[in-house]
Design a binder for this molecule. Structure first.
Ligand SMILES: NC(=O)c1ccc[n+]([C@@H]2O[C@H](COP(=O)([O-])OP(=O)(O)OC[C@H]3O[C@@H](n4cnc5c(N)ncnc54)[C@H](OP(=O)(O)O)[C@@H]3O)[C@@H](O)[C@H]2O)c1
Length: 233
């Protein structure tokens, strides 16, 4: 995978940003996106000359194509954005649920749709789910649903877009990601103790898996757990 830019949707912080930094350091051109144009441009400037930016809201899927209009040839597409959410079936907030389903399922699909005609022959697609799809927790109703939906997206995209490769990563709790790094030590310790590794996975480990899936020509239709082996809540 040597031609075209690596477009990373949801790269103003967290795993997406780390992946953008990693690819830029490897000499690839990257496109950093977020909802706010100024923030995305600032992050791109911090990453350096290999990075440019674009801004759009995945929860407004009809605006995505326009937000990506200036992106040239695409050598890899990563869709990693998410907004945290708490919802339950007993106290169901329909508006909130529609927002997150739109962001993660319709928005992810519309992003792939918008960039398809600019993808190089070798370019592959990587989507982000998360372990909530099979280890639910109180309030995870919509997160569990949409992360399960990512598996469905991979399944259908692999068939519809063949021979284009499409994969996903389901991270476990990523200990040094901004959301989790801000948690009290006892919370992180509790989750570490439930992880067979004895610690939480890192953003660099998730990025290593992302690069493997993006670049290994044999990987297709895989939803890879990067979770340190955790199999229960
Ligand atoms: N961190 C973990 O432990 C963990 C665990 C399981 C799964 N995951 C998955 O891994 C991926 C990355 O997680 P993370 O924790 O690194 O993310 P994060 O730090 O929360 O960053 C989320 C990114 O998504 C962007 N974003 C949020 N809402 C958006 C929207 N409506 N439209 C466009 N962009 C939007 C944000 O940009 P702006 O705010 O600038 O718009 C930001 O760049 C997510 O898909 C998440 O579900 C992470």
């Amino acid at each position: 995978m040597a031609e075209g830019k690596i477009v990373i949707v949801g790269a103003t912080q967290g795993i997406g940003r780390r992946l953008a930094e990693t690819y830029a350091a490897r000499g690839r051109d990257v496109v950093v996106t977020g909802r706010d144009a100024e923030r995305a441009a600032g992050v791109a400037a911090e990453i350096g000359e290999r990075a440019t930016s674009a801004a759009f809201d995945l929860a407004k899927p009809e605006t995505i194509a326009d937000g990506l209009r200036d992106v040239g040839s695409v050598g890899g597409l990563v869709v990693a954005a998410l907004e945290r959410d708490e919802n339950s079936i007993r106290d169901y907030d329909v508006e909130r649920a529609v927002y997150l389903v739109t962001l993660k399922l319709v928005g992810y699909t519309a992003t792939v749709h918008a960039l398809l005609d600019r993808m190089t022959p070798e370019a592959s697609i990587l989507l982000f789910g998360g372990q909530a799809f099979r280890i639910p927790y109180p309030g995870s109703t919509t997160v569990t649903t949409v992360n399960g939906g990512v598996e469905g997206l991979v399944t259908t995209m692999v068939v519809e877009l063949a021979p284009r490769r499409v994969n996903a990563i389901h991270p476990g709790i990523v200990g040094d990601s901004p959301w989790w790094a801000a948690k009290p030590p006892e919370v992180l310790e509790m989750h570490s103790s439930r992880t067979p590794l004895g610690r939480l996975v890192t953003m660099d480990e998730v990025c290593g898996a992302a690069i493997f899936l993006l670049e290994n020509g044999g990987m297709n239709g895989v939803c890879l757990n990067v979770d340190g082996g955790r199999r229960f809540g």
